[in-house]
Every structure is written in C-alpha cells, then in structure tokens.
Write a protein that binds this ligand. Structure first.
Ligand code: PXP
Length: 247
C-alpha cells in the first residue's frame, strides 16, 4: 500500500495583485494577503511572475520573500529576466511553467523534451542555491520519466483537463492523474497538483496518496469575496483533510 503523505495547501495570491493593478491604488496589499494566508493555514504562498507582470511585479516578489518566512513558490517561465530575478530572490521553490502572453492562465504543461538541456542546467543551478525545482507538466508517463531524468525535485501535475471534465470523462482524467502520480513517486519525485481545483473537484484528487500538495488560486480567492480569505482557506483545508482520510 502506498504511503499516505500529509497533504499541503499552496495558495496562489496573484489575484490580489490583479485587483490592485486594476485601480493602481496600491491596495489590496500582497504582503498582507501572504501573511493572512499563512495564519489561516496555508502551507505555502504561490505567485507567478509573468513576462508582462500582469499580476505581481518584481518589487512584490522581493517583499514576499521578506514576509514569507518559509515556503514561497515562484511560478515562472523559462525567460532570462525572470530566471535572473529568481536567482537573486531565492524563493524556497520554483515551479517552471509554460507561458504565452495571450493566455488568460497557464494553459498546458511544460514541453520538457524541447527544453531538456536548458532545464538540466537550470535545475543544477537552483540545486546549488538550495532552491527546489518543480516542473508543471501534463499527467503523462513519458514526461514524468523525463522530469526524473533531469533531476527535478518534483512535478506539479496539471489538473486543468480533470477540472473541466464532465460525466465519465472525470474518472478518465482522474485515472490519468493517479497513474502519473504513482509513476512520479516511484521515480523519486515529489508530486503536487494544481490548476482549476475547487471546493468540489479537489476532493477526489486528495485521495491520491502520492500527491503531497495542492496549489490553488482562483476558487479560493473567489470564495473569499463572500466568506473572507481566511474562511475560504480554512474551508479548503477542511475538505482536504476530510478526503485525505478516505485514501
Ligand atoms: N499551479 C500552476 C502551475 C498555475 O500556473 C496555476 C495558475 O496560476 C495554479 C496552480 C492555480 O490555478 P487556479 O488559479 O486555477 O487554482
């Protein structure tokens, strides 16, 4: 039987920055969002420094590094400027994602094969700086094998297709994630999951024992508008704990 790992929650706070940027008034505060997330039970603060800086910007990232004492995850694309900043800020973890300027949110998994050599060098550099590297990938066995070959610390499985699935496709997509998680764990990778997870669909993902972390943004921030940010996080943690115990 697979060992059941404790399940952690990473909360993506980009949407606070999106709201702030809409009026350019300097609020809501990104650092307040980060400290509140942790006090409400988040295990990690997640942010994405995009090419167009459409949500957090470079200054936010430096400030976040100061207030998030442990477990800051920087999602980032393979862009020279962002790589340079990441090596200066030194978050606890980076998650390498694909990025297209015109997308609303991260649409697919990273093309690990195409970027193999660059990733190999970069992972070595991050290891030297004691920064964990995760690759945001589709739940696909071949890609997981490549990630392990690269010496990445872990993979974050893209749950976008699972989250959008309807009817019997839900089980099909769930099985793809489960098989990929098993493969990742067998290959010595830490396995996280994220994208499109909400207060309903995350339940099934929590039952996969090899998954140790969920990274969630939009559904938590949306619920926060009605019940408050701390309550929204606590409610998600409750769902995670309840369903983890059903593994
Ligand atoms: N994980 C990664 C790698 C992402 O790019 C995103 C979106 O920023 C998320 C998780 C969170 O997705 P959502 O906002 O749909 O919960």
């Amino acid at each position: 039987m697979a060992k059941i790992l404790p399940l952690r929650l990473g909360v993506n706070i980009d949407h606070f920055a999106t709201l702030r940027n809409a009026r350019k008034e300097g609020f809501p505060s990104i650092t307040q969002a980060a400290t509140m997330a942790i006090s409400a039970g988040a295990d990690m603060v997640v942010c994405h420094l995009r090419e167009d800086r459409r949500h957090i910007n470079d200054d936010d990232l430096y400030l976040l590094k100061k207030v998030v004492v442990k477990d800051l995850d920087l999602e980032m694309a393979l862009r020279d400027d962002v790589i340079k900043i990441s090596l200066d800020v030194k978050p606890d973890k980076v998650t390498i994602v694909p990025e297209r300027r015109e997308e609303v949110t991260t649409e697919g998994g990273l093309d690990v094969k195409k970027h193999f050599d660059q990733l190999k060098d970069l992972i070595k550099e991050y290891k030297k700086e004691k920064i964990e590297t995760f690759l945001f990938v589709e739940p696909d066995i071949e890609i997981i094998e490549l990630a392990a070959k690269l010496g990445a610390d872990g993979v974050e499985l893209h749950t976008g297709r699972y989250s959008r699935a309807k009817g019997k496709d839900v089980i099909h997509e769930y099985k793809r994630i489960k098989i990929a998680a098993e493969k990742g764990s067998e290959s010595g990778l830490l396995v996280a999951a994220g994208h499109g997870l909400d207060y309903q669909n995350s339940a099934l993902i929590c039952t996969i024992p090899q998954i140790f972390e969920l990274n969630i943004g939009f559904s938590i921030i949306s619920r926060a508008l009605f019940v408050g940010f701390e309550n929204a996080i606590r409610q998600m943690k409750d769902i995670m704990m309840l369903n983890r115990n059903c593994s």
